[in-house]
Design a protein around this ligand. Structure first.
Ligand SMILES: Nc1nc2c(c(=O)[nH]1)N[C@H]1C(S)=C(S)[C@@H](COP(=O)(O)OP(=O)(O)OC[C@H]3O[C@@H](n4cnc5c(N)ncnc54)[C@H](O)[C@@H]3O)O[C@H]1N2
Ligand code: MOO
Length: 412
């Protein structure tokens, strides 16, 4: 390992957060696709448009439990007359009445059942007078088509029920199932490998030692990866600030995962060696440093086509940078169409304490006051209050206290 040398990458300039997101996202493509049974496809990402092969419903059906009305009887009723109709048959949902409806006749029909030929309306059972099981009297004036659901009124054959890149949520999968489609094309789920570097780190469960802290980033990142519907995998132990150990961990991660996150070692201290490991591995450095706080030392690289992020060891910075930078790339890897997420403008509920000049990212929560949504800045002690969590993107220009900020919903 004598060939290991510390790299001097000071020549690389820090990029804006937007540029860092673009460079990361542009360097990767969605994973391969597979077909899954709809029962296993919840929250997976559609790898192609999914369209119906059939009209839904495929036949004209009754929308109510009631009685069918034929064309001639409808005309008579519309003149204001009362009619005594003979109940010719009973049609339940799923059964078929082959005989067309005749003048002076009705069929008792259940909700969802196929209408007999010649039916032009259905009258709800509570709107007729039942004389006995063979006769009813109708005195209402139905509209043509009343209580009839026509073939194709929900969907026509060829209509799209899911778009490529859309997350298959409950209501979408209901539509897919309604079309009779059993298997759907989806993107594979990314496996994201987490490496925590730092000599001071202990895994929870081990006895505390002087000068050491418990490693909490792996829990934070694993939860965020899980809530992004990807698969976290954790290095079996924390990784010491030793170049060979870091290189071995990255090599292993690149073999078994689709994306890698390394926490710690982003700084310029003597034991911040992750970028030296990148150099040794001939990684293609995408950027080194982002003009935002926290995260000014964040970097990203490609190793064997796998995107690898080096986030700050500080858990609050790592959590924020996951949301702002890693998550868009992860969603792109998953095949999600809207991988960058929506930023919206929102007013701060209170000023942010000790706000730095320039651009900074913060944790926030949405609160509602007198019907208006505001972003309340929160520090780490106050999070998880039950309010909707937000990521806040704040620009402070000299001498100005920002009022409006950009925000993005955080799901974890
Ligand atoms: N001379 C300077 N020193 C530092 C600067 C600077 O500009 N000049 N920047 C500071 C900032 S900002 C950051 S961020 C850090 C960069 O830190 P690293 O990414 O190299 O991370 P570490 O030094 O390893 O750790 C930072 C902090 O977080 C704790 N940590 C690390 N890993 C974990 C983990 N897995 N779980 C929980 N906590 C973790 C670690 O003990 C440190 O306290 O550099 C500053 N220094
Ligand atoms: O670089 Mo640090 O992540 O700004 O807090």
């Amino acid at each position: 390992m004598s060939r290991l040398q510390l790299v001097d990458d000071k020549t690389l300039e820090a990029v804006s957060l937007d540029k860092a997101v673009d460079l990361s996202c542009e360097s990767i493509q969605a994973l391969d696709t597979e077909y899954l049974h709809i029962d296993d496809a919840y929250m997976r990402v559609a790898a192609d448009d999914i369209a119906s092969f059939i009209n839904i419903p495929t036949f004209d059906r009754s929308a109510m439990d009631g009685y069918t009305i034929g064309k001639t009887d409808l005309k008579r009723l519309q003149t204001g007359r009362s009619l005594r109709l003979r109940v010719a048959s009973i049609i339940g949902a799923g059964s078929i009445e082959n005989r067309p409806i005749r003048p002076g006749e009705t069929c008792r029909i259940m909700t969802g059942a196929l209408l007999p030929e010649g039916s032009v309306a259905v009258i709800k059972q509570e709107d007729v007078e039942i004389i006995n099981e063979n006769y009813i009297i109708v005195s209402v004036r139905p509209r043509r088509g009343e209580n009839i659901r026509r073939a194709g009124h929900e969907l026509m054959a060829g209509d799209r029920v899911a778009a490529k890149g859309q997350v298959l949520k409950a209501e979408i999968l209901e539509r897919v199932a309604a079309c009779g489609i059993e298997r759907v094309p989806v993107y594979q789920v990314p496996r994201v490998y987490i490496i925590d570097t730092g000599n001071e780190l202990l895994l929870p469960g081990s006895p505390i030692k002087t000068g050491c802290i418990y490693c909490s980033n792996r829990s934070l990142l694993a939860c965020k990866i899980t809530s992004s519907r990807a698969l976290p995998s954790l290095s079996p132990s924390v990784i010491n600030d030793d170049l060979h150990t870091i290189i071995a961990a990255i090599k292993k991660a690149a073999r078994v995962s689709d994306m890698i996150i390394i926490s710690g070692g982003t700084g310029n201290g003597l034991f911040d060696l992750v970028r030296n490991a990148f150099e040794y591995l001939n990684a293609q450095l995408l950027f080194k440093g982002i003009n935002v706080f926290p995260g000014k030392n964040t970097s990203a690289a490609l190793i064997d086509g796998k995107l690898i992020f080096n986030l700050s060891g500080s858990p609050s910075a790592a959590g924020i940078l996951f949301e702002a930078l890693v998550k868009p790339a992860l969603l792109k890897l998953k095949g999600e169409l809207l991988y960058k997420g929506d930023w919206f403008n929102i007013e701060l509920a209170s000023p942010i304490e000790h706000l730095k000049s320039g651009r900074s990212l913060h944790r926030g929560e949405m609160i509602i006051e007198q019907g208006h949504a505001y972003a309340l800045p929160v520090n780490r002690k106050d999070i998880n209050t039950g309010n909707i969590p937000l990521l806040l993107d704040v620009h402070k220009r000299s001498g100005e206290e920002p009022v409006m900020v950009k925000a993005k919903l955080v799901v974890d």
